[in-house]
Design a protein around this ligand. Structure first.
Ligand SMILES: Cc1cc2nc3c(=O)[nH]c(=O)nc-3n(C[C@H](O)[C@H](O)[C@H](O)COP(=O)(O)OP(=O)(O)OC[C@H]3O[C@@H](n4cnc5c(N)ncnc54)[C@H](O)[C@@H]3O)c2cc1C
Length: 496
């Protein structure tokens, strides 16, 4: 360890043990990459900002055999609120997934489950270690860290900043973080509430009410008279109570808070997700108002995209340019999330400002009418749930399926019936060879190209035809569940 003379060698240093950093570390360790995670906090957060996992995040957990753990720890609800629609939420049950719901799960619990998984995979997590400076040199990155035993410098082949919105990694790598400043804030409070009789009334008036685990209830309040108060100003219990009464006519019988906070709508997106050997993921790369509940979810999806690419590079078999596809694929997603949440924020803000009260009400009514339409629901739910993410083609002649999310179809292999996401549990590529007639022919199909530590080759029969996979004879699935390429028996289906 450096004082500042000694050093710790690792393939990848992950800065930040939030949900993004933890999942990334799990992905790297699963692929056999030496990974160290550092976090400046001596202990994990007790309080939770995020409350949920959306369908794509649950699918990611399913791809690693973890869905059961997460589902057991939380509670599912059929959808999620879009902007200010009070009449109805987005209906995730209309989505084409095995997990057509949102999972209510406090962020602290999500992090605890990811820590458990990281420990099982042998990830080293060093708490009380704060990154204070970072330098790139020819073949690696040096990160100066202030630890409990004094300063230490970590040397790693790559470093990833998963260190949140104020990311030190982003700043020292010189990556810009353009966007818009705070114009509106809300207050959040977690309380042990004995009497839930007022919750429906609160919801009807636009207060977000969610029952957390351990007997806690969360209230998020946007009080028109307080939305211009800067997020740096602490929230008092008295203010919270007054705002609740003003907004919904009752203080909802709240008692002593477990946690009170104020948050705002600052929206920023990193100019680049990569600078040489340094990468950004999660809030370090994108921040926005938590309307739509997408921040943590987007971070998990960043981690899943980056993990296998870094692992392939560390192991020396990545094709040239693979690491650059991380920015090429995830930056547009960050752009869509930050612009989408800004639009939703406007829909939240307008009805709160007196000047727009009349027209804003009409706008909300129009939104409710639109949400009643199946296609509108499916479009918006698909975006918020992140099931519609399609990565751009890498070559002009790429198959139309390339970059799309692989659906979790049921298939029959030589070993019997299974699902595609089960085949992805060990984080390898999966090559599916379809429709070989079963039995010996399935074995022959699997054996024609041997599986290896990078790829699993599986001959399969599909249980019923999924519309996206009509006429497909082979499909190569990336470790993150997106399609790398496909071959067809006939011309691709016209809908693609
Ligand atoms: C009120 C509120 C409600 C929200 N609700 C939702 C929701 O329902 N759904 C959702 O998806 N998102 C929600 N979000 C957003 C979500 O909380 C974040 O997007 C998520 O925490 C990002 O995870 P992360 O791992 O990228 O960063 P973080 O969770 O911020 O973790 C960063 C970690 O890095 C560590 N760190 C920072 N600097 C250093 C350093 N220099 N050295 C070492 N360690 C460092 C920190 O201690 C921290 O542990 C909400 C946000 C707010 C404010």
């Amino acid at each position: 360890m450096t004082n500042p003379g000694s050093e710790a060698d690792t393939d990848v240093l992950v800065v930040g043990a939030g949900p993004t950093g933890l999942l990334l570390a799990c992905e790297l360790a699963l692929a056999g990459v030496r990974t160290t995670v550092i976090d400046k906090r001596a202990k994990p957060h007790r309080e939770s900002r995020a409350l949920n996992l959306h369908p794509r995040s649950i699918e990611l957990m399913d791809m690693r055999g973890l869905a059961g753990r997460f589902l057991d720890a939380g509670r599912t609800v059929p959808g999620w609120q879009f902007a200010v629609s009070l009449k109805r939420s987005l209906d995730f049950t209309a989505l084409d997934t095995r997990h057509p719901y949102a999972l209510l799960l406090a962020q602290a619990r999500t992090e605890a489950l990811l820590v458990e998984r990281a420990r099982e995979l042998g990830v080293e997590i060093r708490r009380g270690h704060e990154a204070v400076a970072l330098r790139q040199y020819g073949h690696g990155v040096e990160t100066d860290v202030s630890g409990p035993a004094g300063p230490v410098t970590f040397r790693s082949a790559y470093a990833v900043g998963c260190d949140g919105g104020r990311s030190l990694v982003r700043q020292t790598a010189g990556i810009g973080f353009p966007g818009t400043g705070e114009t509106m804030t809300a207050v959040v409070g977690d309380f042990a509430v004995a009497d839930h009789a007022y919750n429906e009334q609160a919801r009807r008036h636009g207060v977000l009410v969610a029952r957390l685990e351990a007997g806690l209830t969360r209230y998020v309040v946007m009080d028109p008279q307080r939305i211009r108060v800067p997020s740096t100003e602490p929230v008092t219990l008295e203010e919270f109570r007054t705002s609740l009464i003003r907004v919904c006519g009752s203080d909802c019988a709240i008692g002593e808070p477990r946690w009170l906070s104020r948050f705002g709508n600052t929206t920023r997106l990193a100019e680049s997700y990569r600078c040489g050997r340094v990468f950004l993921a999660g809030d370090a790369a994108h921040i926005h108002f938590p309307v739509g509940a997408q921040g943590l979810n987007t971070g998990l999806q960043d981690a899943m995209n980056l993990g296998w690419k870094l692992a392939a590079t560390v192991h020396g078999w990545a094709p040239p340019g693979l690491l650059d596809t991380y920015h090429a694929e995830r930056h547009p997603v960050g752009h869509a999330v930050t612009t989408g949440t800004r639009a939703q924020s406007l829909l939240v803000e307008l009805p709160l400002t007196e000047r727009y009260a009349g027209p804003a009400r009409q706008l909300c009514e129009l939104l409710d009418t639109l949400l009643d339409m199946e296609d509108v629901n499916r479009y918006l739910a698909g975006r918020i749930a992140a099931l519609d993410t399609v990565y751009p083609p890498t070559t002009p002649d790429a198959d139309p399926l390339a970059g799309r999310r692989m659906p979790d179809i049921g298939v029959t292999t030589v070993s019997g019936p299974t699902r595609v996401y089960e085949l992805l549990h060990d984080g390898r590529f999966v090559l599916l060879r379809f429709d070989f007639g079963g039995g010996k022919r399935l074995q022959a199909a699997a054996g024609r190209s041997a599986s290896s530590d990078r790829i699993r080759v599986v001959g399969v029969q599909e249980h019923g035809v999924h519309q996206d996979l009509k006429d497909v004879s082979e499909v190569l699935i990336r470790p993150d569940g997106h399609i790398a390429w496909a071959t067809h028996r006939r011309a691709p289906h016209p809908s693609l």
